[in-house]
Design a protein around this ligand. Structure first.
Ligand code: GRF
Length: 207
């Protein structure tokens, strides 16, 4: 059985979309994959309560309890690997707001994916919607990508684009993008479980 572990820090709406798709499509029977746990670095992450109600195991690894990034990541790896079930788990970052150390990224190489709310390689980092509006972009979107040591720079697995409307604020644009994230993230994970690359646009070398 392929274990899937989802890391969140807040609302977890992408996590919810992934869990609901996995249940609806029967990923256990279809791909031999199960969502083993939801892990958060914040005990007050709203998504944790939702996951518990769904009967999914939840774990909190509070980053404030660790003196360094390395110590936090070591604890996080130990928490994730408890769900390894014989094979490396697929680790899904879904609004997980911590920068991961190179050691963590190498440990889950090829098995670590993220969704970023921009059309990468445009606007890596924070405040993507505000920056897209300020630059006069006509389109914004989101990208599912593999995680590498360079921030928001791994291989693109899926993308979605939405128009930027004249009256958009960062919040209205973020909401429009988020509804599309909920569609492409579960699809991209299902493609990975099937061993396909889905609607990937192109493989992009990192600088
Ligand atoms: C999403 O916009 C995602 O692209 C970004 O963080 C946000 C998480 O939202 N990485 P949610 O917690 O999934 O609702």
């Amino acid at each position: 059985m392929q274990s899937i572990v989802i890391l969140i820090s807040g609302t977890g709406s992408n996590m919810q979309a992934i869990v609901q798709t996995a249940q609806r499509e029967g990923w256990a029977g279809r791909y031999g994959a199960r969502i083993a746990a939801i892990i958060s670095n914040r005990s007050d992450a709203a998504g944790l309560a939702w996951a518990r109600e769904e009967g999914i195991e939840t774990v909190v690894v509070d980053h404030r309890a660790y003196a360094s990034r390395e110590a936090f990541d070591a604890a996080l790896m130990a928490a994730i690997d408890r769900y390894a079930a014989g094979a490396r788990p697929l680790v899904i970052l879904a609004g997980f707001m911590r920068i991961l150390t190179p050691g963590f990224v190498r440990h889950y190489e090829e098995c670590l994916v993220n969704i970023h709310p921009s059309l990468l390689p445009a606007f890596p980092g924070l405040h993507t919607h505000q920056r897209a509006i300020e630059m006069g972009c006509r389109f914004a979107g989101a990208t599912v990508h593999r995680v590498t040591e360079a921030l928001d720079c791994g291989e693109i697995l899926a993308q979605t684009a939405v128009p930027v409307l004249p009256d958009d604020t960062p919040d209205t644009l973020a909401a429009r993008v988020l509804t599309q994230e909920h569609l492409i993230y579960p699809r991209a994970i299902a493609d990975l479980l099937r061993g396909e690359r889905g609607d990937q646009v192109h493989a992009r070398p990192c600088p």
